[in-house]
Design a protein around this ligand. Structure first.
Ligand SMILES: Nc1nc2c(ncn2[C@@H]2O[C@H](COP(=O)(O)OP(=O)(O)OP(=O)(O)O)[C@@H](O)[C@H]2O)c(=O)[nH]1
Ligand SMILES: [Mg+2]
Length: 254
């Protein structure tokens, strides 16, 4: 994975300012300490962009924002709804503090966090190619976003650790059918929803949750959805795949 480190260092060297695009649903899991350390060493300005904020509640946004803005300037964006992109453009111009020439903005982050979509949001046009399938952007791409802002779009090459298959499920890097342990991933989604927005999970699957653990909740959802095996037992795998699909489609919101 040395090539990814070389690419990250190269982008940091070329850029005047760096964006770390993270998924607003998992800000901590999708920040990368090594990348942040390299940026800090370069002493270049840095903005944390929390993308996909259409998938989180206002309360979660406020909490995360006050926590992360102590580390770096933080901007919430929904590239899908074009929310926050004008704010991001202003922040880039303000923080870069460069006059009289184009500003080169490096965009880094895990696969599928929406790096290319954020660039399109700021550019106001579909200039960078995007896809629900991760690993879409190949090589470094220069994208002119107008008004003196030039982006370097990068492939989401930050590697996942061997044990990060849960994160790969949560970030839609792997589809439900490609996950080794869909039940484990569905349980993580249930845990996250129960901590952050239990009522959204309850109303989406029309169930009542009263302190059960995530495995029991999976069973309750499976039974309510009528996912049963021959003897009337719940088909947990089928229930897990449904939950992962709903999560990955963005219909289950935190
Ligand atoms: N709900 C929601 N989905 C988004 C948002 N931004 C991007 N997406 C979706 O996330 C998926 C990945 O978007 P990309 O912009 O291609 O992500 P990327 O980080 O450039 O991905 P790679 O180049 O493969 O690393 C696509 O299906 C997008 O439609 C957002 O703000 N909200
Ligand atoms: Mg991309």
């Amino acid at each position: 994975m040395a090539s990814y480190k070389v690419m990250v260092k190269d982008v940091i060297k070329k850029a005047d300012i760096l964006l770390e695009v993270v998924d607003a649903r998992f800000p901590d899991e999708t920040r990368n300490s090594e990348v942040e350390r390299d940026i800090a060493r370069s002493k270049k300005p840095f903005i944390i962009v929390l993308n996909k904020c259409d998938l989180v509640s206002k309360e979660t946004i406020e909490k995360t924002k006050s926590r992360l803005s102590q580390i770096a300037p933080t901007v919430f964006v929904s590239s899908k709804d074009r929310f926050g992109t004008t704010m991001l453009r202003h922040k880039i111009l303000e923080i870069a503090g460069i006059k009289g020439r184009d500003i080169l903005v490096g965009s880094l982050g895990y696969p599928n966090t929406g790096k290319s979509s954020v660039i399109n949001g700021v550019a106001g046009k579909h200039k960078a190619s995007t896809s629900p399938v991760s690993g879409h952007t190949k090589g470094l791409q220069l994208v002119n976003a107008g008004s003196r802002i030039m982006f370097i779009d990068t492939p989401g090459v930050i590697p996942f650790g061997e044990n990060d298959q849960y994160l790969q499920g949560l970030l839609s890097v792997k589809s439900a059918s490609h996950l080794e342990d869909p039940i484990g991933v569905a349980m993580k989604i249930i845990e996250k929803m129960c901590t952050e927005n239990k009522s959204s999970l309850e109303s989406f699957y029309q169930v009542t949750i009263e302190g059960q653990d995530s495995y029991d909740i999976l069973e309750i959802i499976g039974r309510q959805s009528n996912f049963l095996k021959k003897k009337g037992e719940v088909d947990e795998t089928r229930a897990a795949i449904k939950i992962i699909n709903d999560w990955q489609k963005g219909v289950l919101r935190i």
